[in-house]
Design a binder for this molecule. Sequence first.
Ligand code: FAD
Ligand code: N01
Length: 547
Amino acid sequence: MTEHPENTENASSESRINVDALVVGAGFSGLYMLHLLRDRLNLKVGLIEAAPSVGGTWYWNCYPGARCDIPSYHYSYSFSEELQQEWSWSEKYAAQPEILEYLNYVAKKFDLAKNITFNCRVLSAHFIEGPNRWHIKTDDGKQYEAKYFIPAVGTLSDANVPEIPGQQAFEGECYVTGRWPQEGVNFTNKRVAVIGTGATAVQVIPLIAKEADHLTVFQRTPAWAAPLQNKPLTEKDNEEIKENYSALRNQAWNSFGGVPFPNARASALAESQAQRAEHYESCWQEGGFSLWLGSYQDILFDEKANETAAEFVRAKIRERVEDPSIAEKLCPPEDVYYGAKRQPCETGYYEAFNRSNVTLVDVKQTPIQEITPTGLRTTRETYNFDVLIYATGFDAFTGALFRMDIRGRDGQRLKDQWAAGPRTLYGLATHGFPNMFTITGPQSPSVLFNMPLGIEMHCDWIADCIDYMEKNDVGSIEPDKAKEDEWIAHVKEVADTTLLPKASSWYSGANIPGKPQIFMVYLGGGPRYQEIIENSARNGYKGFLLE
Ligand code: FAD
Ligand code: N01
């Protein structure tokens, strides 16, 4: 028996809201999926969103300093030329409020909100064999019936708060960056603590440091941060972008990571020390991911090449941080490969540690023992503060999916099916869960491809697939298990040629205790991946079972 309050299978069909497709999540993915299915395929579509607004990532992560790390004119939808021409970005890397405004603009332009139920959470989705329908329950007591179930719930949407003894007893204010209060937080005259030094913390720390009375940063692994080099975009910049949009998009679509880096060279080891220093410096000055993805192609494959980039960054940290002992603490050690985790982009991060009101605590050396009512105790010292911030990342890829009780054929739970790690074909679908599609799911390029473009690639593929099914009277589609096995092995094989699986990161589930550690991103690059999934579609959805 299910432990759910109601049994969807027994609910009368009249009491269910019938739709062709039910989409979950109103971020970049859900919004475009809704638009395609409703406006191109003329299907009846419902979208359920837990937040009171559209935006997804850009609604929840409204902490100070949140912004994108690839240029906004790339980090945006490409599907509508009209939209591209209408919208202007104020900065090269837009801040969270502007991206949220953009997504609200998109929702309004395409009249999407009328199909969205906000402030509502999907609790369960069960596949019913025979009629081939999904029965979906939401926390407002409603039940839906849909042929297609599309959880567009985000790869980085389930904020992770590590369990630390005593944390419930903390009497001060407590915040999680991935669930930041919309009204903001005032840090004036407050002693603040941040746990974590990943991409989020790197953004939030410099701003809180300026506002708070005192900031204590609890660092377990130092970040390999490089400057964002953000700048305002003028009207002229925007005009140029708009004039060249089709060329810009072409370059992006044809790039490995969905963002062009035309100056990337083949091998760091093939050049002299002086040549490398000059090239790294120009990438550092260019900013963003230029050093990470635009310097040398072998730095993410070869340990020695990687160490040349790492040494360059360490030298920069030592240059920028005045106290040599703090600089050393901020330098990642040799076994933490540069760029094996998405390179955090910073603005004034290292300088924040030159301030007299900022303390850096190495919690690898002196681990956190407990959170106390007034602060935190490590093995060495007790710290008191008024505000505690968890910048501790996400239960990525699977967290938001597993929060729903998703069951496929024979009542099989997704959570059980994926107990040893996600099982998908192309990150789009999973055997035993017919007519369920994931957008930027595990084992697709997802977080290592410009996400709005990766999302468009997936939504277009899914919409084409559904269109094919509707036109050819196909009742259900799901991956062939053998093909799924092949894809899983292929994803691993490709990843193992790089240094990325060697990092302890959320790419492999290493940040969540007990999570199976499997590298979850396809690293063959966007263009190659697109060719693979389009080839499958062209060949009658080769690799999938159609009924
Ligand atoms: P999300 O935006 O995460 O949306 C998922 C939605 O599903 C959420 O609104 C959530 O409330 C909803 N949801 C989840 N479960 C349920 C449920 N059970 N019921 C109802 N609703 C539910 N990527 C880049 O390529 N470049 C960047 O610069 C970049 N910057 C980022 C910065 C931050 C701080 C973070 C956290 C991520 C960033 N990313 C970036 C990744 C980012 O997540 C994606 O680019 C993109 O926004 C994901 O869109 P999405 O619609 O797939 O998911
Ligand atoms: O999360 P993270 P994030 N005790 O997992 C630490 C995107 N993003 O939110 O490394 C002490 O990277 C943890 O330490 P360690 C981007 O894709 C983009 O920062 O596990 N510390 C780490 O320092 C990014 O990669 C932007 O040793 C603990 C930190 O918390 C992804 O989101 C901005 C701990 C978590 O870092 C995730 O980034 C923000 C514990 N128990 C996010 N548990 C842009 O710039 C965890 N930590 C666009």
